[in-house]
Design a protein around this ligand. Structure first.
Ligand SMILES: [Zn+2]
Length: 150
């Protein structure tokens, strides 16, 4: 079974920056105060290109080109795995049902669910493939996959 190793999330932001979703606010790993309105702008990608460039943070540190390339590769590979997972599903999925099959990416268990207005796929292998989809009411989903006519 395949195992996936998520690399450092190397974005265009300063490497000390993160967004605390629970608190709903940006944070700095080095403790810079980002609480004031607009204070996190110097953490953003290319802050000097903003319309009103913020004062440069003296602690700003960029991810390396190698780290950023590894993260981009990870994002691309994850999208491919998600596409493989969706293509392996019965098509269209019956509404109001859940099911599972062998994951085409890793050989683990790929679980799916389908309800009015949406669907989900999630492989039990960490970082393999996982997504939720909004699906228009009355529409079939997925349109292509195992069992589809086209
Ligand atoms: Zn998998």
């Amino acid at each position: 079974m395949n195992v996936y190793h998520r690399p450092l999330r190397a974005t265009g932001h300063c490497r000390h920056y993160s967004f605390d979703r629970r608190a709903g606010e940006p944070t700095c790993a080095l403790g810079m105060d980002l609480g004031a309105p607009g204070a996190s702008r110097s953490c953003w990608p290319d802050p000097e290109k903003l319309r009103n460039p913020p004062r440069q943070c003296p602690l700003r540190s960029e991810y390396t080109a190698e780290e950023r390339a590894a993260w981009e590769d990870w994002i691309s590979a994850r999208l491919v795995r998600l596409g493989n997972a969706v293509a392996a599903l019965p098509a269209p999925l019956p509404i109001g049902c859940v099911g599972h099959l062998d994951c085409p990416n890793c050989g683990g268990t790929l679980r799916w669910g389908r309800w009015h207005g949406g669907a989900s796929v999630r492989c039990e292998t960490a970082d393999c493939a996982e997504a939720r989809f909004n699906v228009a009411r009355g529409a079939d989903w997925p349109l292509t996959g195992k069992g589809a006519d086209r």
